[in-house]
Design a binder for this molecule. Sequence first.
Ligand SMILES: NC(=O)c1ccc[n+]([C@@H]2O[C@H](COP(=O)([O-])OP(=O)(O)OC[C@H]3O[C@@H](n4cnc5c(N)ncnc54)[C@H](OP(=O)(O)O)[C@@H]3O)[C@@H](O)[C@H]2O)c1
Length: 304
Amino acid sequence: MAASSSAKVLSTFKPGLFNSKVAIVTGGGTGIGKTITRELLNLGCKVMIASRNVERLQKAAKQMKEELDKDGTADISYQRCNIKEEDQVQSLISNTLKEFGKIDYLVNNGGGQFLSSIGDLSTKGWNAVIQTNLTGTFQMCREVYNQWMKDNGGSIVNITINTISGAPGGGHSGAARAGVDNLCKTLALEWARNGVRINNVAPGPIYSETAAANYKDLPFLTNTIPIIPCKRLGTTEEVSATVCFLLSRAASFMTGQTVTVDGGASLYGHLIFKAADHENSEPYTWGEYTAPTLADYYKNKNPK
Ligand SMILES: NC(=O)c1ccc[n+]([C@@H]2O[C@H](COP(=O)([O-])OP(=O)(O)OC[C@H]3O[C@@H](n4cnc5c(N)ncnc54)[C@H](OP(=O)(O)O)[C@@H]3O)[C@@H](O)[C@H]2O)c1
């Protein structure tokens, strides 16, 4: 399967759309975040990428600068930051302000999870995923607001997951992302008067080299294709385009919203979870009537 992050930059947006703007993209060195960074740079934005693995950030920044720096204007910087750590978040924001003088956009893309059913999940594992995806997003939002956006406005986009039907197999992440969803609505209301907009993008199954590696086997992603009405995986470019739209003036009347980018999957079926057949629900009887069960379903299906 071909990687979605091609060296050729494609953008549907007008060249120069983000000239003189400054963005922070967490997790901007890999996968979805890297494509967002590449598109922002291509549209004239200055970008600070940040995550835990500084070697990977450095390599990605160098690669994108070389790719895009046709006229010497691609302006990208990187800083190590674990979004779980308050002091590192504070210095990421202050150092970005020192380097670029302002912050117009924040993309909270850094995050992740591991697969586990809730019964098998340790409290340590639960806390790690909540701290990364929920607390990390909260700390990034609060710091960028207090250090800059409170007085200057701005636009924030959080990358989440679709949590409308829970997240079996990833309940820690589902709970964290549902928290981000609610936080987004609160901040949209609390910060509108400061000229701050905040929205979420909830991608469905998106192919990237890191996503495939994260889940050790690509089938975890490709197995979802039959229940995606568009009948393919999404690309990092399709997520990036939605992020650029939400950051831009084209979305100036949108705040507190979650935009789902999933080929219609969330309308159709659960991506990985199938409810197992069982006869363990308490029977419900009223008068002479008993609620039909699976046994009745199979009896009707195979009358003999
Ligand atoms: N791919 C999909 O199908 C899909 C679907 C729905 C949602 N998402 C979400 O989209 C986001 C990007 O995912 P991806 O698929 O592009 O995978 P990815 O390449 O693994 O991206 C995750 C990024 O987050 C950074 N990160 C993780 N923990 C961090 C922390 N504590 N502090 C700072 N940065 C941290 C990682 O960098 P370091 O390791 O260097 O810290 C990495 O660059 C994630 O939040 C993911 O859950 C992905």
